[in-house]
Design a protein around this ligand. Structure first.
Ligand code: FAD
Ligand code: NAG
Ligand code: NAG
Ligand code: NAG
Ligand code: NAG
Length: 592
């Protein structure tokens, strides 16, 4: 506490942050600079680079491509795939915002082609009789939600951020939180799709497949990492629109291991936000209610709102300052401040679209299921932006996100609690990013979907602009990451995570082999595959990038001190609870 208040250099008073953050949160500034196009070309559509929405891939390299095309119809899309196949050219599909962290979007070499789905953004068919909607793959979640609501329909479960596209969500198995019905993953509500893949000379170099639940290949196509071809259109099974009622309750985390197992069965849209260092958990009690229930609530999640660049810069400077001074206490103070402010503002929920007056918050599904107002509106010269926009000094982080099978969830949570008891302040850094989001996901028939029901743990934490700078409590988070992936067999989210999380991942999928055989059939030359997807699918070595400091960035698991930062006192050592882990630690004790 003291160090926080008594710092001398680049000191930011907590009051400043409080005032700025409250200002941003409460007023919810109405203008914002929309995110930049992830594709930049030096000539008109040629000689381009692509990055993700954070402006940095895990290995921080720049991805170069020779050309980008923007088909606006299925015919143009088919022509683009045919031309690429004929020329034996590497291809990847790019989306409007390119939200995935790993290098999924990067074709090999520098002569690759990007097919952007930015203009494939039409709603094709809404059938209220069968409750189905057919849309282009470049449609955003936001559009899907909006258009279905207009027809009195709703997608029951979805990710919480509406800037994602249908094609991107399916390729990476994106999800919300539910164990009910078919569960929370988008792809499990897809009943049909059209896939455009490379073809033979006789087929005009392109093959169009229309797949539904009766086709054996459908389970491969639902979650494809983008390696089977381009998804053109998707048909969803949706439901008549409904209302839901949300209440957040904070409790201590003593019995989280037990509660987590039952909470998801008790409430249809349940999720949990865990603050391990505060030893508290936020329970989201969230259920369907009759349409007659009063309420017109709105979800405009605080973390996805247009945020003042000046406030983002202050917060980032504070974080950098805490890191450089190893100010663990300062991080804990900032974490409590952040989470308290979020809570006071009901995380951006309002009872009527204007003010929050108390729980429960009741409203229509389309106004509550997702949000993301920072995508909106006019350019305001970056006075405000999405908090992670790389054009301003703002958030810069790693994300570690994985699903632990329900049978192992309790033991995993208890292991994390043991880490916390060894280092009580070690999770304050992730609490500055609102803790560990725990969401329910269901077993899927998709070959690369979830193997069993489980909980997806999602955590965000500080990433230095300097790849060789260790983080505070580097070792604890590295141990958690390795414990999740290797001791508990966690399945990494395809669209998030650092390289090491994908080590051996395909072996965790019982149908991984089947998926690869479908890929060999759909794209025998591997035009839609890249070094990264081949590494993830276990077809190529080199997933870990072993070099100086690699473990700090999650590019490798350390096996020698140089993978850490020995000049800064960080050496490669075993984990404290999971002894098989190898982490960068500054602890003095010699372990056996
Ligand atoms: C702020 C934020 C919030 C998020 N919230 C959630 C969440 O709540 N739940 C969750 O699960 N995830 C979440 N994510 C992660 C997200 O799910 C993935 O990053 C996401 O799926 C990416 O979608 P995208 O449309 O940006 O696709 P991209 O990242 O651009 O593409 C992903 C992959 O799909 C391929 N692809 C895209 N379209 C097609 C197509 N039409 N045909 C074939 N291949 C295609 C691309 O080539 C690429 O390989 C979030 C990400 C951000 C930035
Ligand atoms: C850019 O290229 C596209 C396709 O090659 C073409 O249709 C368009 O007119 C070009 N625009 C400019 C400004 O040259
Ligand atoms: C859909 O979006 C439009 C334009 O942003 C908005 O005016 C409208 O209220 C939305 N409709 C629904 C049902 O959300
Ligand atoms: C599924 O596909 C098959 C063959 O492609 C077709 O005969 C059938 O009508 C389709 N079913 C639905 C529900 O669309
Ligand atoms: C946590 O809360 C429960 C009741 O919800 C209580 O019985 C228990 O003593 C609390 N534990 C701690 C450590 O405060």
């Amino acid at each position: 506490m003291m160090s926080f208040f008594s710092c001398k250099i680049s000191c930011i008073s907590p009051t400043t942050i409080l005032v700025l953050t409250t200002f941003v949160m409460l007023l919810g500034i109405a203008v914002c600079s929309p995110p930049e196009d992830p594709i930049k070309c030096s000539n008109n559509r040629s000689d381009c680079t692509i990055t993700n929405s954070y402006g940095a891939f895990p290995d921080r390299t720049t991805c170069r491509v020779a050309e980008v095309v923007y088909p606006a119809s299925e015919d143009e899309l088919i022509a683009a795939v045919a031309a690429a196949t004929k020329n034996n050219r590497k291809v990847k599909v790019a989306t409007r915002y390119s939200h995935s962290i790993p290098k999924l979007v990067c074709p090999d070499g520098e002569d690759g082609l990007l097919i952007s789905t930015k203009n494939l953004n039409k709603i094709r068919k809404v059938d209220t009789m069968t409750g189905t909607m057919t849309v282009d793959s470049g449609v955003t979640l936001r559009q899907l939600i909006n258009e279905s609501a207009k027809a009195g329909l709703a997608l029951p479960y979805a990710p919480y951020w509406w800037g994602l596209t249908i094609g991107g969500m399916m390729a990476t198995a994106a999800h919300g939180s539910s164990l009910w019905g078919k569960g929370s993953a988008i792809h499990d509500h897809v009943v049909g799709l059209k896939m455009i893949s490379p073809g033979h000379f006789e087929d005009g170099y392109v093959k169009v497949r229309t797949l539904n639940e009766t086709d054996v290949d459908f389970d491969a196509a639902k979650v494809s990492l983008g390696v089977l071809g381009v998804i053109s259109q998707v048909t969803f099974q949706v439901q008549p629109i409904f209302k839901r009622s949300i209440t957040y309750t904070m409790k201590n985390d003593s019995d989280l291991g037990d509660q987590a197992l039952t909470f998801g069965n008790q409430h249809e849209f349940a999720d949990l936000t865990w603050y391990p260092s505060q030893r508290r958990v936020l329970y989201r009690t969230d259920d369907r209610v009759p349409l007659t229930t009063k309420g017109d609530a709105l979800n405009d999640f605080t973390g996805f709102r247009p945020t003042l660049s000046s406030a983002l810069a202050v917060i980032r400077s504070l974080e950098e300052n805490q890191e450089s001074r190893a100010d663990a206490e300062g991080k804990c103070v900032a974490a409590i401040l952040t989470t308290s402010l979020l809570r006071i503002n009901a995380f951006g929920l309002t009872n009527n679209g204007i003010v929050f007056t108390g729980y429960p918050v009741v409203g229509y599904q389309n106004r509550l299921q997702s949000s993301g107002t920072c995508l909106d509106s006019l350019n305001d010269a970056l006075i405000t932006a999405c908090p992670w926009d790389s054009r301003v000094k703002g958030e810069f982080f790693h994300q570690t996100t994985f699903t632990i099978g329900m049978s192992k969830v309790k033991a995993f949570i208890q292991d994390v609690q043991r880490l916390v008891s060894l280092e009580p302040k070690s999770f304050c850094g992730t609490e500055e990013y609102n803790g560990i989001l725990m969401r329910y996901v269901k077993a899927s028939t998709a070959y690369l979907g979830k193997e069993e029901d489980g909980i997806d743990f999602d955590m965000t934490y500080y990433r230095s602009k300097d790849p060789l700078a260790p983080r505070l409590f580097e070792d604890i988070l590295e141990e958690l990451e390795q414990m999740a992936m290797f001791k508990y067999g966690g399945l990494p989210h395809w669209g998030k995570n650092r390289n090491l999380a994908f080590e051996g991942v395909i072996k965790k999928y019982k149908n991984g082999g089947k998926f690869i055989r479908v890929k060999e059939r759909f794209d025998p030359q591997g035009l839609f595959s890249s070094e990264w997807t081949n590494q993830v699918l276990g077809l190529k070595e080199g997933l870990s990038i072993v070099k100086e400091g690699c473990a700090l960035e999650g590019l490798c698991i350390c096996s020698q001190d140089s993978h850490c930062a020995p000049n800064k006192g960080y050496y490669c050592q075993p984990g404290r609870i999971y002894k098989d882990a190898r982490v960068c630690s500054s602890r003095k004790e010699i372990l056996t």
